[in-house]
Design a binder for this molecule. Structure first.
Ligand code: 0A1
Ligand code: ZN
Length: 883
């Protein structure tokens, strides 16, 4: 590696400096400690004798010394909760091996050997859902990041690439379908009632991309012809009854394959692509080579059981996993510190795909909402980390919004600076240079420099520094010149007290206040602490539109008057900037209200301005309903909290509801008319009908606060008349927040109607846990005892408790009961499924930004957790949260 071009880290260490294990905390893995593995493993052969209770695994590794690594006289094979049932070296039984923790260490004297290790695993007992596990009577695997070591002993790190040959055998009646990565080479009858299949994956891959599935499955089969004319067989495997709900996933897959060819020049590289849906899964889906494994939530949909949002989620996740075939699989990661190399890039790719499939501006707004709702709080809290972290204890904790969503924003900024065409040259070069390799973020940046012709010297700070930069914008007008004064601050984050200025690409434009004319849009890269840009030809102070299209993942503090925001909210031609102006108008009002800065006159004025702006949105014939729905959405309570140094969740909730009630009353007739108009649009999945359903829901939400009785009536009628899940769910959401017989009846009806459909019953739990009802917390407590609730299924756990933890008025109950409930859940879930348990710690970790009374109660629960015997996953999150 060319050290000369490697940037220095903030503390002055070159990226790959030599380093010994951390003397203070040996459990800490550090990026700078990277060493290549002493052995290459070009080929792996595996044999599985399958059973739910017991599966026997034989693994043969062909190993050879790695000329690029230091000499070693042993090989370390990682293992986790497994034991070697036999070890052979070059066909001779070996006895000189030893264990080091979970790892198997075998002495090796020659330059090349065959190592055979036998293991036995118990899939049914595997509640962690990592490695080989049973779900709903079938067998499946999850190996990213470190699950393969729960199946067999192996150098379980992403820079060891091997081709795999796998034989799997088991009872045919129980496991009629046998799937693995790559191509099926042989299948047939085995002993007795058994059968077998042999798979070969010709593409070298790291162990985390290994997958195996066995069970009673049926396929929706189709095919795709690639740009070079190769025919690829496509299968989406599901449980028998679920087949009618796989059409959308299949269409999404074919669209993704075509789009990646057209936009990134990437062609699929096997003759077969399998997707399997499983109901017990820790995450959304997994990009295993040629055999993607999906959470059922991201496969199954029809109009009766899935919302428009679910349809979008499926399209996006199918695309995401498919795109990984190049950004992740063909070019993989050198180590887990480089996770954003594949995840940030792939998220950007799936975002661009979804932009092209639907409305680009709406998708951009949705993506920014996720970033602000999840990543910004992460970046301003105790768990803040750079998109390329420097250390971790448990890598599962780093599958974060920062790695994924901020990672995507960082690459998007490169694209904005280079333009689409040069960006493509950069990605072409990256794929060409690193195909078949385990690469680093630095490799990606260099390919962008060389291929896209960007100078990214200082830009590398985006990989190193955590925290959301804050840009302060001030406009000065003198004669005919308008000066935009920009400055930036990057806040301190854990372990990074001092920050350097980042290069921040800001798209901006100035509007003439009288003629409404817009000057040319400029891309200004703010790469110093302060910068001033002058624009000529303005007789009057213009109106500044900044961070158009959300060109940089920063917060903007601008000195804009309320009139300026109203101006932009009405006529900015950049849809994002228009949305932003409206959001800011509301955020300012609510912030001032929460901080007690509004007298009644100021309150009225602000409410009127917002009412006028919304009224204009409702009346604007140039808007489609989908964008109208975005513009109508009030900023979330979490987002408002994020703008305050210390937040009082109860006040924020009360003020936001209060404002919505005022607006609901002010615009009651308009909302009723909107609801009527939208209700007349017949169901279809096209953009217009979807937009209609979106604004219909918005109208009900405003009316729920403005005129609850009327809203309840309308919602109940919508619920009963619904011919699709989007309308049914939005009506039920509104009813669940209100009191009355409509609520009870609709909840009972919904449960009875969808009993047995796990994904829809998840919605039933989630709606109640995220409801505006004042007794939400008690409802959640009761639901935890419901016969359909189980800690064993991550979707069910999330549907109840994640929805609750994200529901500020319930979670932040003044007596701390919400915090106690989440801590109790963590304690109960941790021994079953630590990965899912640890994801519930961050909501408690917000304590520093919450008013003192609640803050102490949150901390108390974290301390209670810290005193317990926790998994490595949860312990790391708890100690960082307290830290
Ligand atoms: N690489 C997957 C995410 C993923 C990570 C870990 C998992 O283990 C439970 C599962 C999935 C993605 O980005 O889609
Ligand atoms: Zn991914």
């Amino acid at each position: 590696m060319d050290i000369a071009r490697t940037p220095a880290t903030p503390d002055g260490n070159p990226e790959m400096a030599d380093a010994a294990p951390d003397p203070v905390d040996p459990a800490l893995f550090r990026r700078k400690d990277y060493r290549p593995f002493p052995w290459l493993v070009p080929e792996v052969a595996m044999d599985f004798a399958l059973g739910l209770e017991r599966t026997d695994v034989t693994t043969v590794l062909r190993v050879a010394r790695n000329p690029a690594a230091e000499h070693a006289d042993t090989i370390r094979l990682n293992g986790d909760e497994i034991e070697p049932a036999g070890v052979w070296v070059d066909d001779e039984p070996a006895s000189d091996w030893r264990m080091d923790g979970g790892d198997l260490i075998i002495p090796l004297s020659g330059d090349a050997h065959d190592i055979r290790v036998d293991t036995v695993v118990a899939p049914s007992a595997n509640t962690k859902l990592m490695g080989l596990y049973a779900s709903d009577g079938m067998l499946c695997t999850q190996c990213e990041s470190e699950g393969f070591r729960r199946i067999t002993f192996f150098p379980d790190r992403p820079d060891v690439l091997s081709t795999y040959r796998v034989r799997m055998a088991g009872p045919k009646a129980q496991f009629p379908v046998l799937l693995c990565n790559g191509n099926l080479e042989a299948e047939g009858a085995g002993e007795g009632d058994h059968h077998f299949a042999e798979w070969h994956d010709p593409w070298p891959k790291p162990s985390y991309l290994f997958a195996l599935v066995a069970g009673q499955l049926v396929a929706n089969s189709d095919s795709f012809t690639t740009m070079s004319g190769r025919e690829v067989a496509l299968n989406i495997w599901v449980r028998d009854g679920d087949l009618p709900r796989t059409g959308h996933a299949m269409e999404s897959l074919k669209k993704s394959m075509r789009w990646d060819e057209e936009v990134f020049g990437r062609e699929y590289d096997l003759d077969l692509f399998n997707v399997v849906a499983v109901s017990d899964f820790n995450m959304g889906a997994m990009e295993n080579k040629g055999l993607n494994v999906f959470n059922t939530k991201y496969v199954l949909a029809d109009e009766d059981t899935a919302t428009d949002g679910d349809f979008d989620g499926i399209e996006g996740v199918i695309a995401h996993e498919y795109f990984h075939n190049w950004s992740g699989n063909r070019v993989t990661c050198r180590d887990w510190f480089q996770l954003s190399l594949k995840e940030g890039f792939t998220v950007l790719r799936d975002q661009l795909f979804s932009q092209d499939m639907g409305s680009a501006p709406v998708k951009r707004i949705e993506d920014v909402r996720v970033l602000r709702g999840v990543q910004f709080p992460e970046d301003s809290g105790p768990l803040a980390h750079p998109i390329r972290p420097d250390s971790y204890k448990e890598i599962s904790n780093f599958y974060t919004s920062t790695i994924y969503n901020k990672g995507a924003e960082v690459i998007r900024m490169m694209r904005t600076m280079a333009g689409e065409q040069r960006f493509r040259q950069g990605t072409d070069l990256y794929f060409e240079r690193h195909d078949g390799e385990a690469a680093t973020c630095e490799d990606f940046v260099r390919a962008m420099e060389d291929g896209a012709g960007l100078d990214l010297g200082q830009f590398r700070l985006w990989y190193e520094q955590a925290g959301t930069p804050r840009v302060i914008a001030r406009l000065e007008h003198d004669g005919t010149t308008a000066k935009v004064h920009l400055s930036q601050e990057v806040p301190a984050t854990p372990g990074q007290p001092h920050k350097r200025p980042m290069p921040i690409p800001l798209k901006l434009a100035l509007f003439d206040r009288d003629t409404y004319e817009r000057g040319e849009e400029q891309l200004v890269v703010l790469d110093e602490a302060q910068k001033t840009i002058a624009f000529g030809g303005f007789a009057e102070t213009p109106v500044l539109s900044i961070n158009r299209g959300f060109s940089a993942p920063v917060t903007i503090a601008r000195e804009a008057s309320r009139d300026d925001l109203v101006f932009l909210a009405a006529r900015d031609d950049d849809p994002f900037a228009r949305y932003e102006a409206l959001q800011e108008l509301v955020v300012r009002q609510l912030k001032d209200a929460v901080e007690g800065k509004l007298d009644s006159e100021a309150r009225d004025k602000g409410e009127l301005a917002i009412g006028d702006a919304l009224s204009a949105v409702l009346a604007d014939g140039n808007l489609d309903d989908s964008m109208r729905g975005e513009l109508l959405l009030l900023p979330s309570e979490g987002y408002i909290a994020e703008t305050l140094a210390v937040a009082d969740p109860a006040r924020i909730h009360a003020e936001r509801r209060g404002l919505r009630a005022v607006l609901g009353r002010m615009l009651e007739a308009e909302f009723v008319a909107l609801h009527d108009r939208a209700s007349a649009v017949p169901f279809s999945l096209d953009a217009e009908a979807r937009g209609a359903r979106k604004v219909k829901a918005q109208a009900l939400v405003y009316l729920a606060d403005g005129n609850p009785e009327r809203s309840a009536e309308m919602a109940f009628a919508q619920y009963q008349g619904a011919d699709n899940m989007t309308d049914r769910q939005s009506a039920l959401m509104v009813l669940t927040g209100l009191d009355g017989v409509e609520r009870t009846n609709a909840l009972i009806d919904f449960y009875n109607r969808y009993q047995g459909n796990a994904l829809v019953i998840d919605k039933w739990f989630a709606l109640q846990a995220s409801s505006m009802h004042p007794h939400c917390l008690e409802h959640v407590k009761a639901l935890a005892g419901h016969r359909d609730f189980t800690l064993k299924n991550p979707n069910r756990v999330r549907s109840l408790y994640m929805a609750f933890a994200a529901n500020p008025h319930a979670f932040h109950a003044a007596d701390g009961e919400g915090y106690r409930m989440i801590a109790n859940l963590i304690l109960a879930l941790d021994p079953i499924n630590p990965q899912t348990a640890s994801r519930f710690v961050p909501p408690l970790g917000r304590w520093r930004r919450i008013e003192p009374g609640r803050s102490a109660l949150m901390r108390e629960q974290l301390e209670r957790l810290a005193a317990a015997d926790l998994s490595r996953d949860t312990a790391e999150q708890v100690s960082r949260s307290l830290g």
